[in-house]
Each structure stands twice: as C-alpha cells, then as structure tokens.
Design a protein around this ligand. Structure first.
Ligand SMILES: Nc1ncnc2c1ncn2[C@@H]1O[C@H](COP(=O)(O)OP(=O)(O)O)[C@@H](O)[C@H]1O
Ligand SMILES: [Mg+2]
Length: 295
C-alpha cells in the first residue's frame, strides 16, 4: 500500500463525543490520510524559524486542516491565532480563518451578504435604545440576536410595542443591539448545505410546536427538500461571499423570494444526514482533496 498523498487533519476536541468530527475522521479517501488534532495541545517553538508539534512532541504534519472545534480547555483566541499562522505558512485551512471570523459574527455576516447583493432581512445594528425601538416599530415585528450566538440561543422575537427596558437589558448583555425584521413564514426555514460550489443536501426545518425558531437544537425537525436552482445558487453565492468552503446556509422563503438569514462556518449535519442520507463528511473531504490538487 502506498502512503496517502495528502495529510488531512481534523481540528476537534473529544471526537468520541463529537459525531461530526468522528464522521470526518472515519471518512475514507484513497489519497488522504485523515487524523485528529486537538489544538489545545499545539506547540510552537520560535528560534531559527518556527517549528510545530503537539504536547507529545509529535511533529505536526498537515497539508490541510478541517476546523471543527477548539479545545474548551484552552484559549479560543490562542488556538485561532495558531491556525492563522499555520494558514499564513501555507497550510490549507477549511474553513479559512477569515471566513470563520466573518461567519462567527452576525454583524459581519449580514453586512458581507448585503454588500454582495444577496437578499437579507432588513437589519439595524445600533448602540442606541431609541434607535432600536424606532426600527422595531418600523419593522412591525422584529428579531433580536446576539452577535455571536448559535443554535437559536438568545434569538428572540419582539413586537412593535417592545419595552425599551428589554432593549436596554439586551444592549447591556450583548454590547450592541442587532435588530432584524421578522420575515413572516409558516414555521419553517431551509438549511442548504454548501460544499465548494454546490448544494450537496438541503432540508426544510419545521419548528417545534409553540416554537417559531426552526433550529434543530430548539426541537425543529428536518425534512428533505429539493430546492429550485435559483435558491441553490443563492446559497452558493452566500457561502462564496463569506469565503466559506463549506457552510450551512439558513434561508427563509419570504413573499419576495428566498432571503439568507445566516451562513454557519462550522455547521453540524447530523439531522441533515439522517433526513437526506447525504454523506456530508465524505463531500467535505473530497472538496479538501480537490483544493489541494488545485494548489
Ligand atoms: N429575520 C427572521 N425572520 C423570521 N425568522 C427568523 C429570522 N431570523 C431568524 N429566524 C428564525 O430563528 C432561527 C435562528 O436564527 P439564526 O439567525 O439562524 O441564528 P442561530 O445562529 O442562533 O441559528 C432561524 O433558523 C429562523 O427559524
Ligand atoms: Mg441558524
């Protein structure tokens, strides 16, 4: 058996418990050797140049990194910076640190999408409660979101007559107010999973009874859906606008067509995989090998 051409490393913490990382590690590709790295064990020695290893002093040998999860036991900032450095030194990082940083922030995501001409819900980011209040009454019904949230956590719906006290509390908690028009929908949204320049799988997420957010984490259920080509193209353009190699793109089908709500840079896919049967991990590994080939 010949040695694999590419060394692909999955950045993960405790892959035994993180099933998406486990699926990447179990993916088989004839030209890639796939192993795991806990970035909480990364070491860098600077002297005559820089040398990389892990705490066990194993040298770090990687052509590409697939970033899934940092160690919660170490500084996220330090792990991110180490990845930035590896990337600058020529390691392919998927998703790239720049794309991860943009997609992490709802402010950056919404702005980048809007600048790329992609339809987003009308959104105001402000430090002023009165300003936010005026936007909510203009929107009629609005959604407040923490800039760095996920899984639907902290995403809340407010009505036209929102209490300014509540806005002041959120401003205090989040440091800034992100106010978005609520897009009327039937309690469902679309999760399109983009890998490279195509949608590999998509599902309609149906919110749990009594819930308006359709996140799986909030009890939503996925149903496979065939998207119209224009919606697929929109999801691909959205991922591209943020520089994401792969992404879970959330869309709401508004009265004027599909609107992009967010693009996730480290999306999960367990529900999507069971709803559609698509082997997402294999698609991501294939894409990474493809990018290494094109270097
Ligand atoms: N502007 C909006 N109008 C209607 N529903 C929304 C809007 N924004 C978010 N939602 C609902 O809330 C869910 C979570 O919002 P999202 O922006 O994707 O945050 P998170 O990163 O927490 O998933 C969405 O999947 C959708 O069901
Ligand atoms: Mg979401």
């Amino acid at each position: 058996m010949t040695a694999a051409e590419y060394r692909v490393v999955v950045v993960a913490h405790d892959p035994e418990r993180d099933r998406t990382s486990a699926q990447l590690l179990a993916a088989r590709h004839p030209r890639a050797a796939i192993r795991c790295l806990d970035t909480g064990t990364l070491r860098l020695e600077a002297g005559a140049g820089v040398a990389w290893s892990t705490t066990g002093s194993e040298p770090l040998e990687a052509d590409a990194l697939i970033v899934r999860r940092f160690s919660p036991l170490a500084s996220a900032q330090a792990q991110f910076e180490l990845l930035e450095l590896l990337e600058r030194q020529g390691t392919l990082v998927v998703n790239s640190t720049r794309a991860l940083s943009l997609s992490e922030s709802k402010l950056q995501t919404t702005a980048a999408l809007a600048q790329a001409g992609i339809p987003v819900p009308p959104t105001l980011v402000t430090h002023d409660v009165d300003d936010a209040r005026a936007a909510v009454s203009e929107f009629g019904r609005a959604v407040l979101k923490p800039l760095y949230g996920e899984l639907g956590e902290g995403v809340e719906r407010v009505e036209e007559d929102v209490d300014p006290e509540l806005l002041a509390e959120r401003l205090e908690a989040h440091g800034v107010l992100y106010v978005q028009q609520y897009l009327p929908n039937d309690g469902t949204d679309v999760r399109a999973f983009v890998v490279g320049n195509r949608v590999v799988a998509a599902m309609r997420r149906v919110a749990a009874p009594g819930e308006w957010r359709s996140n799986i984490h909030q009890g939503g259920v996925g149903q496979p859906v065939e998207l119209p080509p224009a919606t697929e193209q929109l999801a691909v353009r959205a991922a591209e606008a943020l520089g994401l190699d792969y992404s879970g793109v959330d869309l709401i089908e508004g009265p004027a067509g599909p609107v992009v709500v967010e693009c996730n840079g480290t999306p999960g896919w367990l529900e999507l995989k069971s709803a559609t049967g698509c082997d997402i991990a294999a698609a991501i590994v294939e894409h990474v090998v493809d990018r290494l080939d094109r270097r």
